[in-house]
Ligand binder design. Sequence first.
Ligand SMILES: C[S@@+](CC[C@H](N)C(=O)[O-])C[C@H]1O[C@@H](n2cnc3c(N)ncnc32)[C@H](O)[C@@H]1O
Length: 252
Amino acid sequence: MTAVALYLDLLKGVLTDTLYAPEPDPNASDAAFLLQFTSHYVKGRAISMLPRARLDNIQACVFDVVERGVPGDLIETGVWRGGATIFMRGILKALGVTDRSVWVADSFEGLPEPDAERFPREAQAYHSGVMTNVFDRFADTEEAVRRNFEAFGLLDDQVRWLKGWFKDTLPQAPIERLAVMRLDGDFYESTMDALTGLYERLSVGGYVIVDDYGEDDWTYCRRAVDEFRAARDIADPLIQIDRRCFYWRRGG
Ligand SMILES: C[S@@+](CC[C@H](N)C(=O)[O-])C[C@H]1O[C@@H](n2cnc3c(N)ncnc32)[C@H](O)[C@@H]1O
């Protein structure tokens, strides 16, 4: 293994807190997964709630755009404690890339309240006891996320911050081009706002990763993606990473 691969492997282990403990099993039953998810990520020390396979996917996408010279920055919309964006910055650092930024987009106050008439399943999830009392609607502060970047020695001016609701921050964000956009805002509108606010700036050959595309019980994320792709005639194949997460590479 090269030093870059060794560093990135260690980073994935620390960010997901899987050096000494196994990660929650994404193929476990829903009830078992929820218990494991809560104790390992939400109540635990992990800085990202992504399974390792999804960090491997980020790594593959970033390596690919760097190797092929696909222009643009990297963004995650919906960062929680910041782990996936810390990983993106770590990859750029390890590869010696100095001309791309990592954009960190979040309300830093958790999920927005969904419209209960249009999105009943999301509203039910949003108001549920688990989401409110246990997950705290995935809120973390910008200061805490900055501290996490700092802890890894990765807080610098290649990290750019977009604080606020996606519908307000993304359309006018001072981003010229994107090479990788990772959407992890969970809900229909968060996903749609990210696609409509950013997709035009995604380079051909760049990647869109949708964390919750395969998640049907509590979100309409898949509907947002399908509607957006249909409206734009996007036929690039959707590739599955695991039960819930999918991505595509922009072909045209
Ligand atoms: C599931 S968490 C993200 C997990 C993270 N990607 C990781 O690596 O662990 C969802 C995040 O999306 C943010 N979010 C969702 N919808 C949003 C919106 N419309 N505007 C701003 N932030 C949003 C929440 O604040 C939360 O931090």
